[in-house]
Design a protein around this ligand. Structure first.
Ligand code: 3PG
Ligand code: MG
Length: 397
């Protein structure tokens, strides 16, 4: 159990909110503001209740030094825009006199943003002295950064021991969605795991086969499994050295009653290029010199019809090379099928991790899924069955 904003008194108090404002920025512009949008409800609620809101985050990996390109200053303006133009004060340091001056000037309901936490080595070291310096700025701590909760840092772990602590609304929503999908899900549960490499997802697969009823393997990962079963995958991306591991995973799945679903047909081409000439062939008929770049229409339809009798879907990773149309076809069609069933109240659909959000955004279903997490590494570690340190630190029991 953990406290939420419902359980803490914030009026007139200084509330230090850990957000994840590690936003994708290109040429000085925020390219995807989803993480801001998810943080805003917590900031609005706190401000509306008369709290003095102090937002802190990391940005990039400056490794304990001040790196001007990794300043959070531009994010203060983006935050202000998302708060309907309410001013967001900016402190050029996250601790010490510069932070204190800005915090002291806050009135009830005002919002400030502190400079990048990772400019100080104490942040990543989970240093208690650095955590004390952060805690000195506030009366209450709220963690609303699920996506950074896999890091045991001063602003996610040590500080929770120094101030009364609660989960923000975004953290709360993440934890509730993840609990619904893997903690106590409605069965049958189907997991879709895609993406390029098996090697990065071994622990995820190992945990999921014990928890879900069917595990669909797509993307480049499927090639390694097909190869392990003796199928010739041509010039496809394939981790040949993991064949034995793949066979072990399949044997273990069999032993615990989890069905592994691999494609029966595949879309192939000579090269990975937008608009490349393609062919769809049975999985066991990939000619030499061709690579598998998506699962075929028959396999995608099979997944869509499987979803009809599924109650909970957990999705991580695209089914094909979706950034290169037409190799986005199966990811788009299966995602849309899941979105339709979700809208009909027949499916709980939870997705996240890596480029899953980008893939689902491409399919136009981010708003239609029950929940799409903005977390990358944290979502994967959670799929691995690990307790995230930042979440553990909020635990009251
Ligand atoms: C993320 O973007 O995945 C989180 O903000 C964590 O960032 P990190 O991988 O640099 O710790
Ligand atoms: Mg990361």
């Amino acid at each position: 159990m953990f406290k939420t904003l419902d359980d803490i008194d914030v009026s007139g108090r200084r509330v230090l909110v850990r957000g994840d404002l590690n936003l994708p920025i290109r040429d000085g512009r925020v390219t995807d503001a989803t993480r801001i949008d998810r943080l805003v409800p917590t900031l609005r609620e706190l401000s509306g209740k008369g709290a003095r809101v102090i937002v802190m985050s990391h940005f990039g990996r400056p490794k304990g030094k001040m790196v001007p390109e990794m300043s959070l200053r531009p994010v203060a303006d983006a935050l202000s825009l998302s708060l309907d133009g309410a001013p967001v004060a900016f402190a050029t340091d996250c601790i010490g006199p510069e932070a204190a001056v800005v915090v002291d000037a806050l009135g009830d309901g005002d919002v400030a943003l502190l400079e990048n936490l990772r400019f100080h080595p104490g942040e990543e070291a989970n240093d208690p002295v650095f955590a004390e310096a952060l805690a000195a700025l506030a009366d209450v701590y709220v963690n609303d950064g699920f996506s950074v909760s896999h890091r045991a840092h001063a602003s996610t772990v040590a500080i929770a021991g120094l101030l009364p602590s609660a989960a923000g609304r975004n953290m709360q929503a993440e934890l509730e969605a993840l609990q619904a999908a893997l903690g106590a899900p409605e069965r049958p549960v189907m997991a879709v795991v895609g993406g390029a490499q098996v090697s990065t997802k071994l622990a995820v697969l190992g945990n999921l086969i014990e928890k879900v009823d069917a595990l669909v393997i797509g993307g480049g990962m499927a090639n390694t499994f097909l190869h392990a079963l003796g199928t010739d995958v041509g010039t496809s991306l394939c981790e040949h050295d993991l064949a034995e591991t793949a066979r072990e995973i399949m044997a273990k799945a069999d032993a615990v009653g989890c069905e592994i679903v691999l494609p029966s047909d595949v879309v192939i081409a000579e090269n990975l290029e937008v608009g490349a000439p393609t062919e769809t062939v049975p999985t066991d008929a990939v000619p030499p010199g061709r690579m598998i770049l998506d699962i075929g229409a028959e396999s995608a339809e099979g997944l869509a019809s499987r979803l009809e009798s599924t109650r909970t879907l957990l999705w991580n990773g695209p089914l094909g090379a979706f950034e290169f149309p037409p190799f986005d076809a199966s990811t788009v069609s299966v995602a849309r099928a899941a979105a339709t069933l979700t809208a009909q109240g027949r499916l709980v659909s939870v997705a996240g991790g890596g480029d899953t959000v980008a893939a689902l955004r491409h399919a136009g279903v981010v708003e239609e899924f029950s929940y799409v997490s903005t977390a990358g590494g944290a979502f994967l570690e959670w799929l691995e069955g690990k307790e995230l340190p930042g979440v553990a630190a909020l635990r009251t029991t």
